[in-house]
Each structure stands twice: as structure tokens, then as C-alpha cells.
Design a binder for this molecule. Structure first.
Ligand code: G4P
Length: 536
């Protein structure tokens, strides 16, 4: 098969949701349809326990499982689908943001009972930054949820995206009868179908077909009114608008009952984008470019503590990747070849000889990769759009075993390379501050530092609101910051100057004093700054 046909048949995406909306359940059902797994329950274990307190054994188990399931590749209707897994726990959201840089589209799951939740909004913001095409699946229709019209309104207002329902439910909770496919004039009856994959449907000429009345009585009329309203309020579905990230098609269903899932999957393979062009420091790179290129979006280390192994996950963006061929590591300006690149098939991992745009490959890494690194066939460009965000929680690192300082330094370097946390070192002084998205990451870090590096640390609370990367050529303002705020100035891993503000109020004061300084709450991993309007 030619590279072009290989590109066309690939669909690389992620399922995202607020925890508990049904991401894991939907993933599993998609795998059932593809035949990649035969029984329900196989993916279920891929979850960190959602309890507030951390269970270390569970985390460790999770790390093992999550590498195997980091990418689930399966074939469906002649397409090769690469489903990139994202952690369920909100404290690992940064990992999800990074994964979103490596996909071409997403399916967003929303719980019909809870509607749009906090994490849903945050994840959508990341999708909006990149104009990622989004399909929305409103889940748990078997429960007494919100009114569908109310849910559609909420999606538009809270997620800042136009929506277009492609299916519409009849009833909800115990009254849930099924969904009507607006464009295909097809009604699919709801029945709980947890393990099998076929669905009962009736196909109509149009919605006025009397068989609807014979089957559903007065509910048929209510459905007609609902559809008339929908058709009046929402513009017709346009695939182009979806592909541009402006319009999200919406499906209703119940992942647990395996209902509405096949419809979702079929539409997904029909309309979702195959690998698209990507922006680099040297302009756009097309997937069908002859030369191979790709970037690292995720690193996992020490799965087996005895071997200190590390896997870098690389998204192939153009050309064909080949095993044992030399490639150019742009940041290090080094030629490297990979003897055991791995691909991921459902839950097994195998060595591959080649990979195409859209694929994700695991490269054994002796510590030479950072997130955001680019590999090419010789050119020196870097892929753009792999952001780091300001952490939400900050703590000062205290070494509790002075004889293990080196181990601590090394451990912190490796764990921050992985993106588990960000390290800031005080500009004048030695204070080390670790910033994370959620508290659980401190527990994981402490545990891993001890178990993988023999280092013992404590994380001490500190008063901090956010970190801002400083972009400044104005000497007077920079001098002012250095003289008045030296305690707030830190260096990140790449020696960029960062201002850690104690409170939102104190930050506003500093901004007033330094009106020409740009304070960024996110920066590219390879330090090409992105959107300036992202200033808080
Ligand atoms: P997540 O990965 O997004 O965190 O969610 P997950 O799939 O684990 O689903 C969260 C809970 O919601 C699970 O229940 C799951 O069974 C349930 N669920 C998912 N889809 C549906 C649906 O369509 N209808 C209903 N009624 N429930 C659904 P749990 O009790 O937390 O876990 P479990 O005991 O079922 O494993």
C-alpha cells in the first residue's frame, strides 16, 4: 500500500471527558465493535481509583497498564484507528493536554445527568486552541438526565462551540425509547445490550411515517415537534465546519448499554480527519511529504525499576518511519537509529519495521528525549503547538536525606522530563519549587523518588497562585522585577525566567508596574511561545 493510502486510512484521536462521564466504558465498547477485544471489562482496569486519597499500589499498577494501553490501535472498516488514551484522573490533566497535541480529532463524552463539567470545559479550551475537530457523545441516556435541548444549549454556551445534533433521543431515564437519526431517518430502539454489538432499527422514508405513531403513540408526535425545533434552531451539518473545529456534531446514547455507539463509530470513521498538516518552525509539514518527521509528546520512565527503561512516545507526522534507519534529533543535533521501535495493538506491544503519519510509536530512550523533541530525516525544524501550562499547585522541595542529594536531583530531572511536574529553581538562591496540576502528583512524585531513585523528599506548602513566563526586552521593567521581586523570580528547566505570583491581586499589581512585559501562563515545550492572549 502506498504512503498516501496508508495516511488516508488512519484516524488518530482521543476520547476526553470529565471523570466518570463514561470515557472508559465508551473506549471499551469501541474496542468491542472493532473486534480488538472480545469481552466487556478488559479496559476497565485501566483507571486510577477515583478516591481522593491515593493508593500507591494502584498507581503503580496503573502505570504498567497505561503504557500498554497508551495507544490502542485497531482496524475498523478498512481504517486503522489509533485511540490515544488519556488519564482519567483530573490531577493528571496535563498529560491529557499533551496527548491532545498528538491527535487529529477527539470524541468528547458528556454525562447527560451532570451536563458540562469543569474538566470538560478545560479540555475543550485545549481543543479550541488547536481547532481540533470534536464529536460530542451525550452519555447515560438511560438515566434521568437533563433535558436534551437544555444540554445542547449548555454545550454551546459553556464550550464556546456551535453544535448540531445528528441524532435525537425519544424520552430519557426509564422512559428512554431510543434515538432518531436525523439525517438517515432511522430510529434505533433502546435496549440494554451490554456485550453484543447489533442494534434493532427501523428505517423510515421520512419522519411523518405512520409506523412511528403505531410504535410510539403520542411520543411520535413529540419527536416530530422536537426535530422541527432542532432543524429550525441549528444550522445544517457541514463536514467542513466540523473539520475546521467550528461545529461539533452531537450524538446521544448510553455507553454502558452499548447504545448509540456503533452510530457514533460509523460517523466518526466517515467524517473525522485523516492525519493533517502540522505547523513547524519551518512552516507547515504535509503528512505525505516524502521525508519522515515526528515529535515526542509523552515519556514514561522506569516501568521496570531494575532496568531504568524509558519509553518516548512519538507521533509520526510525515513520510515513513523505518526501523534501523538513522534520524536527526533536532534539539541535540544528533543522528539516532532505533532497533526496537514498538507499536501498540489493543493491549499488546510489538516491534514494528515501519510506521506512517498518524501512528504513535514507542522508542526506547536512554534519557535523550524531552517532550516536544522533533525527529526528522535531516532538516532542523521543530514541531510547534506542544504547550506547557502554569501549574495549579506549588510546593517547595525539601531534601530529607542529605546523603542522597544527587539521587534527588536526578530523580527530579527524570520525573519532570516525563512531564509529571514542573521544576522551578529560584533565580537568586537554591530554592526548588515543584508545580503540578493536582495534589495527587506530589504523592506520586514522592513515592517514585523514593522507590526509583532512593531519594527522600518532603513537599512544603507555599503561597503561590500561578507561574508566568516572562517575555521582556524592556530593561527598566526587568530591573524593577529583579530589584523588587527577586524572591518571585525563578528559572524553569530550560532557564527561562518565570514569575511565580503569590495571589491574583499581587500579580495584577506587578502587571500595572510592568505594563510592557508579557506574562505568559503557557509556553511551548521547546520554548517557542504560543498565544499571547493567554495572559491571565
Ligand atoms: P470515566 O472513564 O469517564 O471516568 O467513566 P467510566 O467509563 O468509568 O464510567 C463511570 C461510571 O459511569 C461507571 O460506573 C460506569 O459503569 C457508568 N456508566 C458509563 N456509561 C453509562 C451509561 O450509559 N449509563 C449508566 N447508567 N452508567 C454509565 P461505576 O459505578 O463508577 O463503575 P462500575 O462499577 O460500573 O465499574
Amino acid at each position: 500500500m502506498s504512503v498516501i493510502s496508508e495516511i488516508k486510512r488512519r484516524k488518530t484521536f482521543a476520547i476526553i471527558s470529565h471523570p466518570d462521564a463514561g470515557k472508559t466504558t465508551l473506549t471499551e465498547k469501541l474496542l468491542l465493535y472493532s473486534g480488538a477485544i472480545q469481552i466487556a471489562g478488559a479496559v476497565k482496569s485501566n483507571k486510577i481509583k477515583k478516591s481522593a486519597t491515593s493508593d500507591f499500589l494502584e498507581i503503580e499498577k496503573q502505570r504498567g497498564i497505561s503504557v500498554a494501553t497508551s495507544v490502542l490501535s485497531f482496524d475498523y472498516n478498512n481504517h486503522k484507528i489509533n485511540l490515544l488514551d488519556t488519564p482519567g484522573h483530573k490531577d493528571f490533566a496535563e498529560d491529557t493536554y499533551r496527548t491532545l497535541t498528538a491527535v487529529d480529532s477527539v470524541i468528547l463524552v458528556v454525562d447527560s445527568v451532570k451536563g458540562v463539567e469543569e474538566q470538560t470545559e478545560k479540555l475543550m479550551q485545549v481543543c479550541r486552541m488547536r481547532n481540533t475537530p470534536v464529536i460530542i457523545f451525550i452519555n447515560k441516556l438511560d438515566r434521568e438526565g437533563k433535558d436534551p435541548v437544555e444540554l445542547l444549549d449548555e454545550l454551546e454556551s459553556k464550550l464556546s462551540i456551535r453544535v448540531r445534533p445528528l441524532t435525537y433521543p425519544m424520552g430519557k431515564g426509564i422512559q428512554f425509547k431510543g434515538v432518531y437519526n436525523i439525517y438517515k431517518n432511522k430510529f434505533t430502539f433502546f435496549k440494554s445490550n451490554k456485550t453484543k454489538v447489533e442494534e434493532d432499527t427501523i428505517v423510515f422514508e421520512d419522519i411523518n411515517d405512520t409506523r412511528l405513531d403505531e410504535t410510539f403513540g403520542t411520543d411520535a408526535q413529540k419527536l416530530r415537534q422536537d426535530i422541527e425545533l432542532i432543524d429550525g434552531v441549528y444550522e445544517n451539518f457541514s463536514v467542513d465546519e466540523y473539520l475546521n473545529g467550528n461545529l461539533a456534531p452531537v450524538f446521544f446514547g448510553s455507553a454502558l448499554n452499548n447504545f448509540g455507539v456503533q452510530e457514533l463509530l460509523n460517523t466518526f470513521v466517515e467524517i473525522s480527519p485523516s492525519p493533517v498538516e502540522r505547523e513547524t518552525t519551518d512552516g507547515m509539514i504535509q503528512p505525505h511529504n516524502h521525508d519522515f518527521s515526528g515529535f515526542v509528546f509523552k515519556i514514561h520512565s522506569n516501568l521496570d525499576p531494575k532496568h531504568r527503561d524509558r519509553i518516548a512516545f512519538l507521533r509520526v507526522c510525515s513520510g515513513r518511519f523505518e526501523r534501523n534507519k538513522f534520524y536527526h534529533h533536532v534539539r541535540l543535533n544528533r543522528q539516532l537509529k532505533f532497533t526496537n521501535p514498538a507499536s501498540f495493538m489493543a493491549q499488546s506491544k510489538e516491534v514494528i519495521d515501519e510506521a506512517f503519519p498518524g501512528d504513535v510509536i514507542g522508542l526506547y530512550d536512554s534519557g535523550i528525549f524531552n517532550i516536544g523533541d522533533t525527529l526528522t530525516e535531516g532538516k532542523s525544524f521543530m514541531f510547534k503547538g506542544i504547550p506547557r501550562f502554569s501549574p495549579e499547585v506549588f510546593r517547595v522541595v525539601r531534601n530529607t536525606d542529605p546523603f542522597k542529594s544527587k539521587q534527588m536531583e536526578k530523580g527530579i530531572k527524570f520525573l519532570t522530563d516525563e512531564g509529571l511536574a514542573q521544576l522551578f529553581t529560584q533565580n537568586l538562591g537554591n530554592k526548588k519549587v515543584v508545580g503540578v496540576v493536582g495534589e495527587l502528583q506530589f504523592d506520586v512524585m514522592k513515592y517514585r523518588l523514593l522507590n526509583e531513585y532512593g531519594a527522600s523528599v518532603e513537599f512544603v506548602n507555599m503561597n503561590a497562585y500561578k507561574a508566568f513566563w516572562i517575555q521582556n526586552n524592556i530593561k527598566t521593567e526587568l530591573d524593577y522585577l529583579h530589584s523588587m521581586y527577586s524572591n518571585n523570580l525563578y528559572l524553569d528547566k530550560n532557564n527561562n525566567l518565570v514569575f511565580i505570583a503569590e495571589t491574583e491581586y499581587s500579580f495584577q499589581r506587578v502587571r500595572e508596574k510592568c505594563p510592557n512585559t508579557i506574562f505568559l501562563s503557557s509556553i511551548e515545550h521547546n520554548d517557542q511561545t504560543i498565544e499571547l492572549e493567554n495572559v491571565a
